[in-house]
Every structure is written in structure tokens, then in C-alpha cells.
Ligand binder design. Structure first.
Ligand code: NAI
Length: 333
């Protein structure tokens, strides 16, 4: 408790709208947070000439915690992703995405309670691409024992800390015998140190089918970067979509909390985006800051608003604007 300083990256697209709503709700709980707003992505280029400026990294290194709105990355052109750059620069090696069913949000399943742990620093996101000769391109998939072991340890430590019973490693080692094989062997070696937690593995395509048919058969999933990216969006779809799933990027020193979704250029500036995912990420952040009472109040309040159903945003079938939703959450605090 006490007083916190948190780096705030509003982001672009719907970022500023959902960030404003989120910080308003968090402040309404009375927690003492000083936000340190810093630009990133396209907004940072005019001032700093870089999508991940040094002032941003310094701010997060100093404060240890950041709340981040989405940043646009252009497809097949332009600077490499600021999101990926930030994760690399701060070595935020673990991407944690809790996927839970939420009362009042219509979705295909009830009682989903999945934890997705995604490796955040390597794999095909190493960004090593070349044109070998006209018409032939190559992207290099990098998997190391170091990063695989580290993410395995994160998953098992998380299981131990939260009393979960099972960790499943996800791979395609039948085809990528060397790279995915190394990932799998590393996680299996870590599992030996956690005899009380059940360990198994599943091939990624089979996992997708199984998740869609019955998501409750899994507990914690640990995946390399690309599979983690895809499967976590699939999992978001099981509980109501990208608008309601939070995420955290965690390293040894710093943690950056952000929604799973992107900058939603199709609805940016209209004031209709759903701030829930960023707000849930803010709740994860409050727990990280040991502000559990405020986190609980926000969760209970959001649940009430969803259950009432009169103030939800358009993506959830309602009519409320971003600000009207936030006002209603604040009213229920
Ligand atoms: P997106 O997540 O921005 O949008 C996908 C669909 O979901 C759109 O129809 C959008 O309107 C809707 N949507 C997303 N968030 C919503 C919200 N909070 N409320 C209501 N509807 C919402 O994915 P897209 O279009 O593939 O990416 C747009 C940009 O965002 C790209 O430049 C991409 O690189 C970037 N991006 C950034 C991320 C980050 O900053 N962590 C993560 C994912 C994408």
C-alpha cells in the first residue's frame, strides 16, 4: 500500500480513450498512484525519433511498473513492433494471460479458468528475416534452452504460488524436432523440480481443437512465443473476446500490464471501445502492487455492471460509450 509511481503509456488508436477510462476507475478507488505518462510507438517518433525511446525505458526501469494501452504496428512495412521492442529491451520474458469466464458476459462456455504463459522474447519474434533471392524469403525461429527453461520455471512457480495442479507444455516437436524439441525438453526438465504439479504436453493443433471442445480440461498452458500469441487469442474467444481479457508482461525487475487486444483503428476516436480488458489489466497491476482491496472492489464492480447489462459497450451487445461504462463501474465501487 502507500504511494506508487506508475509509467503510463496511453497508446494510440483506442488507447487514449481506454486509458483515460481505466485510470479514472483506478483513481476512484482511492489508491495513491502518480501516473508518469510517456509516449511510445508512432506517437513517440516525432519527439524522440524512436518508437521505444530511452526516456520510456528509463521511466519503467525506475518505476518498475507500467500500464500500457495498445500500440499500432504496421503490417509488412515500417518500424518493427514497439510492443516487441519494449518486451525485448526490458527483458519482459513472461507474458501472463489469465482467461476466466465473467458473469454476465455471454460466451460459449462457463467456468473457464485457464492460465496462459507465453514466452515473450524469442521464437519467430526474433525478427530475423531475409529475402534469400527474389521470390524466396526466410524467417528464423530461435529457441534457446535458457529462455525455455526460464519460462518453464515461471509457469511452475506460478502454479505453486497459486495452488494450481497442472502445467501443460504446447509444441509442434513432431515437425520442428530441434527447436520445439528443445523447448519441450527444457520444460520437462523444469517439471522434475515440481513433483506435486502434474506435467504433460500437447501438440498445438490438437490443443486448439481440445480448447474449443472443452476448455476446462486444461489448467496452465506454457507456450513459445508464436503459439502463445495465437492460442491466447483463441482462448479469449472462449470467454467473450479480446475486449475482456487482460495481460501482463513480466521480467525479473519490471512488469508492464496491457490488454491483449490491439489499437482497433476501425473504432478509434469514436468513444465506443470497451475499456474492460485494460481495466482488468489494471486489476492485475493493483494485485502486483499489493493493492488487493482496490483490485477486489474494481472486479466486483465490473461484475455488477456486466450482470446488470444496461451499461455495456457495443462489442458486448450494449449501447454504452467507453466513458458511460467507466462511470457505471465507478458508481458501483
Ligand atoms: P485489434 O485487437 O486492434 O482489433 C481486432 C478487432 O477487435 C477489431 O474489430 C476491433 O474493433 C475489436 N476490438 C479490439 N479491442 C477492442 C475493444 N477494447 N473494444 C471494442 N472492440 C475492440 O487487432 P488488429 O486490428 O489486428 O490490430 C490493430 C493494430 O493493433 C495493429 O497495428 C496491431 O499490430 C496492433 N496490436 C497491438 C497490440 C499491443 O499493443 N499489445 C496487440 C495486438 C495488436
Amino acid at each position: 500500500m502507500g504511494h506508487h509511481i506508475v509509467t503510463l503509456i496511453e497508446g494510440d488508436g483506442i488507447g487514449p480513450e481506454i486509458s483515460r477510462a481505466t485510470t479514472r476507475v483506478i483513481e476512484a478507488t482511492g489508491v495513491e498512484i502518480d501516473w508518469e505518462p510517456i509516449k511510445a510507438g508512432i506517437n513517440a517518433i516525432p519527439d524522440y525519433g524512436s518508437p521505444v525511446p530511452e526516456v520510456l525505458l528509463e521511466s519503467i526501469r525506475r518505476n518498475k511498473v507500467a500500464l500500457k494501452g495498445p500500440l499500432t504496428t504496421f503490417i509488412a512495412k515500417g518500424f518493427s513492433s514497439a510492443n516487441v521492442g519494449l518486451r525485448k529491451a526490458l527483458d519482459l520474458y513472461a507474458n501472463l494471460r489469465p482467461v476466466h469466464s465473467i458473469d454476465g458476459i455471454k460466451s460459449r462456455y462457463e467456468n473457464v479458468d485457464l492460465i496462459i504463459v507465453r514466452e515473450n522474447t524469442e521464437d519467430l519474434y526474433a525478427g530475423l528475416e531475409h529475402i534469400i533471392t527474389p521470390g524466396v524469403s526466410q524467417s528464423i525461429k530461435v529457441i534457446t534452452t535458457h529462455a525455455s527453461t526460464r519460462i518453464g520455471q515461471f509457469a511452475f512457480e506460478y502454479a505453486r504460488k497459486t495452488g494450481r495442479k497442472r502445467v501443460t507444455a504446447v509444441h509442434k516437436a513432431n515437425i520442428m524436432k530441434l527447436s520445439d524439441g528443445m523447448f519441450l525438453e527444457s520444460i520437462a526438465a523444469v517439471a522434475q523440480n515440481y513433483p506435486e504439479i502434474k506435467y504433460d504436453d500437447v501438440i498445438v493443433d490438437a490443443l486448439c481443437m481440445k480448447l474449443v471442445m472443452d476448455p476446462n480440461q486444461f489448467d496452465i498452458l506454457v507456450l513459445s512465443n508464436l503459439y502463445g500469441d495465437i492460442v491466447s487469442d483463441l482462448a479469449a474467444g472462449l470467454v467473450g473476446g479480446l475486449g475482456v481479457v487482460p495481460g501482463a508482461n513480466i521480467g525479473l525487475d519490471c512488469a508492464v500490464f496491457e490488454a491483449v487486444h490491439g489499437s482497433a483503428p476501425d473504432i478509434a476516436g469514436k468513444g465506443i471501445a470497451n475499456p474492460s480488458a485494460l481495466l482488468f489489466s489494471g486489476v492485475l497491476m493493483l494485485r502486483h502492487l499489493k493493492e488487493d482491496a482496490a483490485a477486489d472492489r474494481i472486479m466486483n464492480s465490473i461484475k455488477k455492471v456486466f450482470r446488470e447489462g444496461t451499461h455495456t459497450t457495443r462489442d458486448l451487445g450494449g449501447k454504452a460509450t467507453t466513458e458511460e461504462f467507466a462511470d457505471e463501474v465507478i458508481r458501483h465501487l
